[in-house]
Design a protein around this ligand. Structure first.
Ligand code: DCT
Ligand code: MG
Length: 401
């Protein structure tokens, strides 16, 4: 693919301008020049992707197609649509014609056909068909409940259930604790969390953590660290400067949140981390750090700005429920955990693929293992991890792949 990309600009320069138009005098204002898309890497970790997405009309459709493929357990197409969306997100301007995407990586025939539909008709018939699909609608609705994954959603769909009301009134359905909380706070936690709300929660978490351990290290991660205006939850990483001191920290934090009367739900997972198992520990999405998935009560008065809490019109409660994730890795894993939990998912996925395919290294949220040297490469900052991988540093706000 590298040679293809290197050869591409030359080929495009040879494309004659449309008949009767002198391209040098009258450049087509709708077509970005080929140079604008030259040298786009197939790996998200070699692209800089801010929150400013010039190709939302395409990427929203691609992401819906990816989700639909995921529901059908079509892993290949799902990944292909996600990669295509990610490449388009990184472009410095909007795509106005198919010529402008020539030579870009990760855009297959399927993706191009969808883009052509959107360019020609302003819409994608394929995605409109999917949106009308009963199964897609039901699975999307069910998985929008905290604690409900694709498997449970599929099970409910197969039983003939179609609405949340039907789930709640079906006597044979046993919801687990997480799902019960998901239904209980559904209207709040299905609403986006704003940056102002994330900031308010950051203050609460910081105060709580430092009340327990003044020297604890706390960082905002996830989408808000990448500069997003809205998110579905707020993610934090915390650790202690001295190895091992992080043990028990999260349980203390949970207790303290409970004492403050703001803990609406808590699912705690103890650490399943075992240094002796590294690096044979499976390098995949999930990490084994102690963590908790919370639902916290956020008061109107704690949120700065005119708009305050994100609420329905007519909601006069003066508070809302928000999903918060806290992860507590040991300090020697902190940089790897920070890199992983900052995301985006696609950025992280491509970092791991890049490490493996281009560097014969294994990267996950705990460590970086060099297969050639047969050793783990240490790092205390994200910059060091990029350097180990021989990658230019990409700032968190440029990781919105
Ligand atoms: N992550 C991870 N391991 C997990 C779950 C998540 O490494 N088991 C990473 C991937 C992205 C990041 O953590 C944050 O996850 P989300 O909160 O799901 O994503 P987000 O980018 O913060 O998006 P949102 O704004 O919707 O919260
Ligand atoms: Mg998040």
């Amino acid at each position: 693919t590298d040679s293809m990309r290197e050869g591409r600009p030359v080929r495009e320069e040879l494309v004659p301008p449309p008949v009767g138009v002198d391209a040098s005098v009258t450049p087509n204002p709708n077509c970005s020049p080929p140079t604008a898309v030259a040298n786009v890497s197939q790996y998200a970790c070699q692209r800089r992707t801010t929150t400013e997405n010039h190709n939302k009309i395409f990427t929203d459709v691609m992401e819906e197609l990816a989700e639909s493929s995921e529901f059908n357990e079509s892993k290949g197409p799902c990944l292909a649509f996600r990669q295509a969306a990610s490449v388009l997100k990184s472009l410095p301007s909007a795509v106005h014609c198919l010529e402008a995407i020539q030579g870009l990586p990760c855009l297959g025939e399927h993706t191009k056909a969808v883009m052509e539909e959107i360019l020609t008709f302003g819409r994608s018939f394929k995605v409109e068909e999917i949106r009308c699909d009963e199964r897609y609608q039901a699975l999307k609705l069910f998985t929008s409940v905290f604690g409900v994954g694709p498997k449970t959603a599929e099970k409910w769909y197969r039983r003939g259930l179609r609405s949340l009301q039907e789930i709640l009134t079906e006597p044979n359905i046993q919801l687990n604790r997480m799902q019960r909380a998901g239904f209980l706070y559904y209207s709040d936690i299905s609403k986006a969390v704003s940056k102002a709300e994330a900031k308010a929660l950051g203050c609460i978490i910081e105060e709580t953590v430092h009340w327990i351990a003044p020297d604890a290290i706390l960082a905002l991660t996830g989408g808000f660290r990448r500069g997003k205006e809205y998110g579905h939850d707020v993610d934090f990483l915390l650790t202690m400067p001295e190895m091992g001191k992080e043990e028990g920290l999260l349980l203390h934090v949970i207790d303290r949140l409970k004492d403050q009367g703001i803990l609406l739900y808590c699912e705690y997972q103890g650490s399943t981390f075992d240094v002796s198992k590294l690096p044979s520990c499976r390098f995949e999405d999930m990490d084994c750090f102690q963590k908790c998935f919370l639902i916290l009560r956020l008061e109107q008065g704690q949120v700065e700005g005119e708009r305050g809490l994100q609420r329905d019109p007519g909601d006069s409660r003066g508070w809302r429920a928000v999903r918060v994730d806290l992860v507590a890795p040991p300090v020697d894993c902190y940089a790897f955990a920070l890199l992983g939990w900052t995301g985006s998912r696609q950025f992280g996925r491509d970092l791991r693929t890049f490490a493996q395919k281009e560097r014969q290294m294994l990267l996950d949220n705990h460590a970086l293992y060099d297969k050639t040297k047969k050793l783990c490469l240490l790092a205390t900052t994200e910059e060091e991890i990029f350097a180990h991988l021989g990658l230019e540093y990409v700032e968190p706000w440029q990781r919105n792949a």
